[in-house]
Design a protein. Structure first.
Length: 228
């Protein structure tokens, strides 16, 4: 992948430090609107807007450009995240999941999931990279919380991640389209509410004598939580 912010600027003309950010944001928007079949560098250049020459210097093909843009859909938690703050990390993950479905990038992920099996083979790898970047750190945080006794022993990280994902998807599906903007507008409140509900449910299961204490069998293949 080329992200040639390191390439030489034209003589007498300083490099635009915002060009890469604008182009990658425009690429995600265009792809979400028209999919792979309608995705072109010319379309992205008009949307950014940037000169086509600058675009082609950095990303010679539309596949190069889209793969670079998709990496920005998969930004992992920032360095400021406290790995010992289970609730805070889960709220952050839930906010990202909400963003994937009702935020400005909401059209991108469904298209990638559908088109990964139809278009460039590298798409499927990129989908898995998105999954791992989104959820890999959270799995480690959950496991550490279980190890130190903050969660019931042997709590599968996938159980918590799947519960949060399922609740977010249920919320979106059951909310009429005209009202989904309110989910995005109140993202922080929804994320905290969903996280607290899942953590209370996990604690309740641990106290229920009818619930098996055997850990769930590991999944085969790569799960939505990025489990190998």
């Amino acid at each position: 992948m080329r992200t040639e912010a390191n390439g030489p600027a034209g003589r007498g003309r300083p490099a635009d430090p915002g060009i890469e950010r604008r182009v990658l944001a425009a690429a995600l928007t265009v792809y979400g609107e028209v999919g792979w079949a309608g995705f072109t560098l010319d379309r992205v250049a008009r949307r950014a807007p940037v000169g086509k020459a600058a675009l082609y210097r950095r990303w010679p093909t539309k596949e190069d450009l889209l793969l670079a843009a998709l990496e920005h859909l998969a930004e992992p938690p920032g360095d400021e995240a406290d790995p010992t703050d289970l609730r805070g990390c889960l709220i952050g993950m839930t906010e990202q999941v909400i963003d994937m479905f009702v935020g400005p990038k909401a059209l991108v992920l469904p298209r990638v999931l559908i088109e990964a099996s139809q278009y460039p083979p590298r798409f499927d790898d990129m989908v898995q990279n998105i999954v791992r970047a989104r959820f890999g750190t959270v799995r480690t945080v959950i496991q550490a919380a279980a190890d130190r006794g903050e969660l019931p022993a042997r709590t599968p990280p996938d159980l918590i991640i799947d519960a949060i994902m399922g609740r977010v998807i249920s919320l979106i599906v059951l909310t009429p389209g005209a009202r989904r903007a309110t989910i995005n507008a109140e993202r922080d409140r929804y994320a905290a509410s969903i996280t607290d509900f899942v953590l209370r449910a996990i604690a309740g299961l641990a106290r229920d004598p009818r619930v098996s204490r055997e850990p769930l069998a590991p999944r085969s293949g790569c799960s939505v939580a990025g489990t190998p």
